[in-house]
Design a protein around this ligand. Structure first.
Ligand code: COA
Ligand code: AMP
Length: 634
């Protein structure tokens, strides 16, 4: 089927289209209904269907005689370890650990927080929760204790699953003290903390509520998969919004399984015989969808990599991985290839490895800048596909549909809307933009299966944040345009969310940390363009009247505070003292204007500005400090 036919079928007859796709997965009770309006006025998919996501990812393949096939390959250059798990082995480990969770009282609907490094036990814990119908919430290891505490208080987990340490390059990072600190800060106290001991650094289990992973799993009966409703939540994944409070994106079981299964064929052109490697982290949505769930639901082999693109040990790491594991499809962030290119511009390492197994290289997490596209395509010699998506959608909104009909690539574009996503560029409610004109990108409702169903415990925030701006549409928060061939170009965010090394971060959250400093009256955090990480946060701070400080010491203090409160992943390394910030007459800081100055764009000074001379002043300071930068690649 050509892309066009498939796209039309998916958007004009979504129920028929997705019920047909739903036949490709093994339900306990097949759904008869596609999309339906809920009491809250939103939509759900496949109500009435029953299934279990861990059953789909494991038991189903074992029952079909594929138990001896490799399900998961763990490759960890930081510990010099490689481990293969067959579907049989992974099923045994998941069922056993699920039995352990169950013994501790975890039941269907309960939440479990998973704070783990990139080890197989992270995936095992996720699948074990899914097996019990419990709702997991994975927290990325680069977040500080405070961020973990915020998520504990929001998700109210029955248990936390962690490991004794993470390994970042040559650094061994103890996890238990972070978890203990988070539990001290949080109001909610989970009943149990289960810890996987790693030999690089063991942790002391010092509370009545601490359990050792192995002891627990070994002394438990394996758990069977629990039937859940298609609409029951599978997981909550917190993502940055414009305020300090992260948003708990809720994913269902049924729509998620159907959408991911479909995407493995239509988008990634991946079969059950393929080795699929998503070089991300299980703490991000890419890790949820394409390290854990999609490849396993498809019955393919997935790769879990505990290392970096460079430095573990060198810029040949990705090529070595492809050769060693005969990777067919790779999915990574452009920043990873900018790092490789910076360390090895000629691609010398590439020539040392046989990468002939690789068919396609997918990139996401941030826009694939054309220089990185050209370099990677030329060096790797396979199609390099930019595709656009978000934590909220869980799978690509736009892509080159490699499994349906590979299309011509247009560098700078994430190609065309994926079947199911009715993408529109709007300038206002009911006002579509003309071809080639920039506007807010929205998706007509209902969204296809697999997208968020709500914000955990805050449906109103979901409605206000995503559905209010354009009636009948989901607002993506991104802007861009569509060209005459229907190709979508994503140009950036319309809000204060920034993208640092493919990680989405909230400047509002960083501002809250800076504003809490006793010497600071006001502040604004903006993202400046960076040749390696895409964007980096910079704080512009205004001191309280009469305060005089050593600016370098203040900067160090602020850097440490952001590290302590949010985590090293924020990459907050610069804060600059300014005399004033441009504001409206009502006292609102003109953040958009600051963003435009930083990106060296034409500045649109609003008529509501309090003092127009403040614009020139801040621009001059920002230029002086090297904060005005075009989007650039190396
Ligand atoms: N646990 C603990 N700390 C972590 C961490 C984790 N899981 N991940 C990152 N950090 C820390 C790093 O150690 C670093 O700390 P430091 O300031 O003390 O050095 C900080 O967070 C920033 O990390 P990172 O952004 O990874 O920077 P880097 O300089 O170490 O590496 C890249 C640069 C480009 C190689 C790296 O950012 C990268 O591989 N990016 C790809 C990201 C990606 O795959 N995103 C998924 C989107 S699909
Ligand atoms: P996250 O929810 O962390 O996956 O971040 C989603 C955001 O990252 C999107 O809203 C975009 O702003 C950005 N993004 C992700 N992929 C792309 C892409 N291929 N092109 C442009 N922006 C992207």
């Amino acid at each position: 089927m050509t892309y066009k036919n498939e796209y039309i079928a998916s958007t004009q007859h979504p129920d028929d289209f997705w019920l047909e796709q739903a036949r490709n997965i093994a339900w306990f009770q097949s759904p008869e209904k596609g999309c339906q309006k809920t009491d809250s006025g939103y939509y759900d998919w496949f109500r009435g269907g029953q299934l279990n996501t861990s059953y789909l990812a494991l038991d189903h393949h074992v029952n079909n005689g594929r138990g001896e096939k490799t399900a998961l390959i763990y490759d960890s250059p930081v510990t010099q370890t490689t481990q293969h798990f067959t579907y049989n082995e992974l099923l045994t480990d998941v069922a056993q650990f699920a039995g352990g969770l169950s013994r501790l009282g975890v039941e269907k609907g309960d939440r479990v927080i998973i704070y783990m490094p990139m080890i197989p036990q992270a995936a095992i814990a996720m699948l074990a929760c899914a097996r019990l119908g419990a709702v997991h919430s994975v927290v990325f290891g680069g977040f500080a204790a405070n961020e973990l505490a915020v998520r504990i208080d929001d998700a109210k987990p029955v248990a936390i699953v962690t490991a004794s340490c993470g390994i970042e390059g040559s650094k061994v990072l103890p996890y238990k003290p972070l978890v203990d600190e988070a539990l001290n800060i949080s109001e909610h106290k989970p009943k149990a903390c289960i810890l996987f001991q790693r030999e690089q650094l063991t942790a002391e289990l010092n509370k009545d509520t601490d359990y050792d992973w192995h002891t627990l799993a070994e002394n438990s009966e394996p758990a069977s998969p629990v039937a859940v409703d298609a609409t029951d939540p599978l997981y909550i994944l917190y993502t940055s919004g414009t305020t300090g409070k992260p948003k708990g994106v809720v994913r269902d079981n049924g729509g998620h399984a159907v959408a991911l299964h479909y995407s493995m064929g239509a988008v990634y052109d991946t079969s059950e015989d393929d080795v699929f490697w998503a070089a991300s982290d299980v703490g991000w949505v890419v890790g949820h969808s394409y390290i854990v769930y999609a490849p396993l639901i498809k019955g393919a082999t997935t790769v879990l990599y505990e290392g970096k693109p460079v430095g573990t040990p060198d810029a040949g790491a990705f090529w070595r991985m492809i050769e060693t594991h005969k990777v067919n499809v790779l999915f990574a962030a452009p920043t990873a290839f900018r790092a490789i290119r910076k360390a090895d511009p000629e691609g010398t390492f590439l020539s040392k490895y046989d990468t002939s197994s690789l068919r396609t290289l997918f990139m996401a997490g941030e826009r694939l800048d054309p220089p990185t596209y050209y370099w990677t395509s030329e060096k790797v010699g396979v199609p390099v596909i930019d595709h656009w998506w978000q934590t909220e959608t869980g799978w690509p909104i736009c892509s080159n549909p490699m499994g349906l009909e590979p299309m011509k690539t247009k560098p700078g574009s994430s190609s065309v809307p994926t079947p199911g996503f009715n993408v529109k560029v709007l300038k206002g409610p009911d006002a579509p933009q003309a071809i080639g004109e920039k506007g807010a990108i929205a998706i007509q409702l209902p969204l296809p299966p697999g997208c968020l169903t709500t914000i955990w415990q805050d449906h109103q925030r979901f409605v206000d944040g995503y559905l209010r701006e354009f009636e009948g549409y989901y607002s993506t928060g991104d802007n861009g345009y569509v060209d005459e061939d229907g190709y979508v170009f994503i140009m950036g965010r319309t809000d204060d969310v920034i993208n640092v090394a493919g990680h989405r971060l909230s400047t509002g959250e960083m501002e809250e940390v800076l504003a809490a400093h006793p010497d600071i009256a006001e502040c604004s955090v903006i993202g400046i363009n960076d040749a390696l990480k895409g964007q980096l946060p910079v704080g512009l701070v205004l001191l309280k009247d009469g305060v005089s400080v050593d600016e370098k010491a203040l900067e160090q203090d602020l850097i440490q505070r952001v590290r302590d409160k949010i985590g090293p992943v924020a990459c907050f390394k610069r804060a600059i003292v300014v005399n004033r910030l441009p504001k409206t007459r009502s006292g609102k800081i003109l953040r958009k204007l600051l963003r435009q100055i930083a990106a060296n764009e034409t500045v649109a000074v609003p008529s509501t500005i309090d003092d127009p001379s403040s614009v020139e002043e801040i621009e001059s300071i920002m230029r002086d400090k090297g904060l005005v930068r075009e989007p650039a690649a190396i």
